[in-house]
Design a protein around this ligand. Structure first.
Ligand code: C2E
Ligand code: MG
Ligand code: MG
Ligand code: MG
Length: 292
């Protein structure tokens, strides 16, 4: 840089150059700094029961707005966190924020709903994951049944015996376990009744083609039947149309989340939903603009 721009050293003091240097440091360093500076925050997407039309939970989804106001989505920085050994810290940060939020709502005398937190395979594989979770619950005095951990099929496949032990321990405390993005990973069906889990989340890629591909509708119906046979709940993710919703309901799907109901919301936007957790059966809740 100094060589290329040697003729004009004053450039070193321009803010644009600051950004350039920052970019060179790499996103992983920025992310490390962002964690320390608390630039990461959570939005929450409502989940509804399809039988009672009640808000039954919210999924915490992480966002990163940097000092320049740029918003990064998880697909941009979760892989970087995973590659640079930051996913453990990021995961703890998210868990802590989510439980602190529940504690804040409780302190404000609001009714609580369960919060679902995404857990990366590496996080889950780390030896102290269970104690991290239990400590965080204790710190915020949140009972374990308010927490659902969303793990992926790939978490199940890695290190099967330790995974089994961890899931048993977590569930023995009353923490709930959901398999996220079900149908897109590498697990075999035999894993499904080996592990102790509570819910399957049908991946959006199946839901989005429900109305256009008959074969997909068959898969979704099959997964719902499978889950019911095993005694698991089913959450459909990425529900965007009333047609999809009708098909899911007709197939006996228990829960759904998606833009049809709500985009992920800031905590303040969740508060009215906690106060009035029922939505009208036919329509959607008053649709709000994405907060992001
Ligand atoms: P996911 O856990 O499957 O989360 C659902 C994603 O689908 C979210 O994207 C959500 O905003 C989006 N979504 C929800 N409803 C709809 C819909 O109706 N239509 C469409 N097109 N999209 C919908 P987001 O927030 O970008 O997160 C993407 C993925 O990043 C998540 O997928 C999850 O795997 C990961 N992620 C997010 N937050 C965290 C976190 O705190 N920790 C970890 N390890 N991963 C996270
Ligand atoms: Mg998820
Ligand atoms: Mg998912
Ligand atoms: Mg998904």
């Amino acid at each position: 840089l100094a060589k290329a721009d040697g003729r004009n050293c004053t450039r070193f003091f321009e803010p644009a150059l600051g950004r350039e240097i920052e970019a060179r440091l790499g996103m992983s360093n920025q992310l490390r700094r962002a964690l320390a500076e608390r630039e990461l925050y959570l939005v929450y997407q409502p989940q509804y029961s399809l039988s009672t039309h009640q808000l039954t939970g919210i999924e915490a989804l992480v966002r990163w707005r940097d000092a320049h106001g740029h918003l990064y989505m998880p697909s941009e920085f979760i892989p970087i966190a995973e590659q640079h050994g930051l996913i453990g810290r990021l995961g703890e940060y998210v868990l802590n924020e989510a439980l602190a939020q529940l504690a804040a709502w409780r302190a404000a005398s609001l009714p609580l709903v369960a919060v679902s937190v995404n857990v990366a395979p590496q996080q889950f594989a780390s030896g102290d994951f269970v104690s991290t979770v239990l400590e965080c619950l204790a710190r915020h005095q949140i009972e374990p049944h308010w927490l659902e951990l969303e793990i992926t099929e790939n978490s199940l496949v890695q290190n099967a015996s330790r995974t089994l032990a961890q899931l048993q321990t977590l569930r023995s405390y009353g923490i709930r376990i959901a398999i996220d993005d079900f149908g897109t990973g590498y697990s075999s069906l035999s894993y499904l009744d080996t592990y102790e889990i509570d819910r399957l989340k049908i991946d959006r890629s199946f839901v989005s083609e429900l109305e256009t591909r008959t074969s997909r509708a068959g898969i979704v119906r099959g997964v719902i039947m499978l889950a019911k046979g095993l005694g698991y709940g089913v959450v459909a993710e990425g529900v965007e149309t009333t047609g999809q919703l009708a098909m899911l309901r007709a197939s006996g799907c228990g829960y759904a989340q998606g833009y049809l109901f709500s985009k992920p919301l800031l905590p303040d936007q969740i508060v009215p939903l906690l106060r009035a957790p029922f939505r009208s059966p036919a329509g959607t809740t008053a649709s709000s603009e994405a907060p992001e």
